[in-house]
Design a protein around this ligand. Structure first.
Ligand code: NDP
Length: 595
């Protein structure tokens, strides 16, 4: 395939420029007004309980994958009183809240679902659906006894370090005030739903909800795939075409009389290739240590660092395999950083051309197909994979409303307006995503006060600073569990969390065994880590040349706030190897253990 690279670069730039807007992240608003009730929990009734005023060894804020993985490793290390505090009515985090039809993991289950080997679970499909993942989360909590001490339907309101007692004081919206020797936080990167800040949202007289609070009472059906029979005869608008919409549009398309899909920027949608797991095949691969081998293999292949067999073989690893194949045929003396970037761009052009050709091959109407084509580099926006999304636009009741990069203008009492035309509907579903570019404490929903009452939001006002993305100077006995400033491996977040959980368990155990009351990263170690990170190339995702979206802070320079998105300069596999050495070498260099 011959590619006119200049023409493509110009086209990409035009597509970006027409979407850039001065309000950036401020174009979005939280779920207030008619949506305020969704700030609560539509899935599980709240059970009354007495406030807690006791003491635990470890409190973990958040009951998603981060809390479950860290909790599991702490339990394995013999720490029995671990308390998960979770705002939802059960564990599961993103999989507790996101029950929209068609939800499934986008990274292969064998590397995405944590602790498979420990629980002896065989994922039923290469890409498991949401109910199975949520059930697996519950099974992890059961297996490791993490429910015993958990506080569900409980939101932490404040976390303060008591410098005299060497404990964290935890306050919650249920009146709790208890202490913890260690506090860990896995509050999730994408959990505060947002809406487009367009006029009229509250005027709409029909039904409306956000995808992360799916209203099955209105639509009928259930997360397991029962048909949404109450949508028969209804006209539905879905706003947004990101990874969530790509998964739920096919189900909606089958259920409603008329579905309008309002698109501002098309997603790149590559083949999915989901299939049931063959138990015989699984028995053959699931030998001791299998999941760690798969995790390491996926990371090595996907981040392009190693010439190893690709066990997972999917759209994520395909990106890296292509680049590596092109580099492999470069003469030795041409393997310069600049030439490699060129090769990467060539590979990307080729891949995106294939993804656009896939649209033509699937979508019957030429104008609709044209609008569904993505004109940007693949990692500018979250790559999507689906075998029914594009096909949905061939159904007679489905209509793509392409807004030419401008977005929906407003909502009226009776419908949705785009390009000056009103589309009357009975229901509006917002697939408009989650807060990303906002500050950590805003998204966490509480302030963390460290030594001397210093607030984490103040300490990070000039940019996030940590050692390994986990330890913060001035905040003893605290751990932050997330991928940034560590491996920053965004194609498989659970691998990051797996390693963090293991590391935290080892540190806590060392502190308890040694009788240390405080563990804190020294200022110099934190500075040195930041210096190392900032010497690297930055985030592989997004970038100023990309169409706006949350990968590039809606096209606006994040300044030092973008430090959250930097990772170990030598890549994710190298980071995990480094971390393993750091935690097993004996000293946890850079952390000060004091009595
Ligand atoms: P996104 O933020 O990715 O998508 C929001 C969508 O809303 C975009 O298409 C955006 O358009 C659109 N939008 C915003 N404002 C308007 C407007 N005024 N008019 C029309 N459209 C508008 O949210 P998602 O919930 O789809 O996904 C968030 C992330 O969650 C994913 O990127 C992924 O990381 C994760 N996820 C993972 C899944 C998995 O692993 N299985 C499944 C689903 C989500 P534009 O692009 O122009 O901004």
């Amino acid at each position: 395939m011959t590619v006119d690279k200049h023409a493509l670069r110009v086209k990409y730039r035009q597509e970006r420029d027409k979407r850039l807007r001065p309000d950036g992240n401020d174009q979005y608003v939280p779920l207030t007004g008619r949506f305020a009730s969704y700030a609560g929990d539509p899935y599980t009734p709240v059970t009354p309980r007495e406030p807690k005023s006791d003491h635990v060894t470890v409190v973990f804020v958040g009951g998603g994958f981060a809390g479950l993985l860290t909790g599991a490793r702490l339990k394995e290390a013999g720490i029995s009183d671990v308390r998960i505090v979770e705002k939802g009515g059960d564990v599961g985090g993103t999989w507790y809240w996101n029950r929209y039809p068609g939800a499934q993991c986008d990274t292969a289950s064998f590397v995405y679902m944590p602790l498979l080997e420990e629980l002896g679970h065989m994922p039923s499909e290469k890409y498991a659906h949401a109910p199975e993942i949520l059930e697996h989360c519950r099974n992890i909590a059961q297996h490791y006894g993490l429910y015993d001490n958990a506080l569900l339907h409980t939101t932490v309101t404040d976390l303060s370090w008591d410098d005299e007692q060497n404990v964290w004081i935890v306050r919650t919206d249920r009146g709790d005030r208890f202490t913890a020797r260690f506090a860990a936080m896995g509050v999730g990167p994408l959990h505060v739903p947002k809406l487009p800040g367009i006029p009229g949202i509250d005027l709409f007289r029909g039904h409306a909800f956000h995808t992360s609070r799916w209203d099955y009472a209105y639509t009928g059906g259930d997360p397991s795939g029962a048909p949404m029979d109450r949508l028969a005869g209804r006209r539905v608008a879905i706003i947004g075409t990101g990874a969530t919409a790509v998964q739920c549009v096919p189900r909606l398309a089958r259920a409603c009389a008329r579905l309008y899909v309002f698109q501002r920027t098309p997603s790149s949608v590559d083949a999915r290739g989901n299939r049931p797991t063959d138990p015989e095949w699984f028995a053959a691969i699931a030998t001791p240590g299998w999941q760690r081998r798969w995790l390491e293999n996926f990371t090595a292949v996907q981040t392009g660092g190693a010439d190893v067999d690709d066990l997972v073989m999917d759209g994520w690893t395909d990106i890296a395999r292509r680049v590596r194949a092109r580099i492999a045929v470069l003469p030795e003396d041409e393997r310069t950083p600049a030439r490699m970037l060129e090769v990467y761009e060539d590979s990307d052009f080729e891949k995106m051309a294939e993804i656009r050709a896939r649209v033509d091959a699937i979508v019957a109407d030429a104008e609709t197909a044209g609008s569904l084509k993505a004109w940007y580099r693949q990692l500018c926006k979250r790559p999507c994979f689906h075998d029914e999304y594009l096909q949905s636009f061939n159904l007679p009741g489905v209509r793509l409303v392409d807004t030419g990069g401008k977005g929906v203008e407003r909502v009226t009492e009776t419908g949705v307006v785009a390009a000056g035309r009103e589309y009357p509907v009975d229901c509006v579903i917002y697939a408009s995503g989650f807060e990303v570019g906002t500050g950590f404490t805003r998204r966490a929903g509480f302030e963390v006060r460290g030594r001397g009452g210093v607030r984490l939001s103040e300490y990070w006002a000039g940019g996030m600073r940590t050692l390994h993305g986990t330890h913060v100077h001035g905040f003893p006995n605290a751990f932050i569990v997330q991928p940034g400033q560590g491996a920053n491996l965004l194609s498989n977040i659970p691998h990051n969390l797996t390693e963090s959980g293991q590391t935290i368990a080892m540190i806590v155990r060392r502190a308890l065994e040694g009788g240390f009351t405080r563990v804190e990263v020294g200022e110099q170690a934190e500075d040195a880590w930041m210096e190392l990170l900032l010497s690297g190339p930055g985030s592989p995702l997004g970038g100023p040349d990309c169409t706006p979206g949350y990968y590039n802070n809606e096209g606006q320079d994040l300044g030092p706030r973008g430090w959250l998105n930097v990772g170990y300069p030598y890549g994710a596999s190298a980071y995990f190897a480094y971390l393993d050495h750091w935690r097993t070498a004996g000293g946890f260099a850079g952390l000060d253990f004091t009595k």
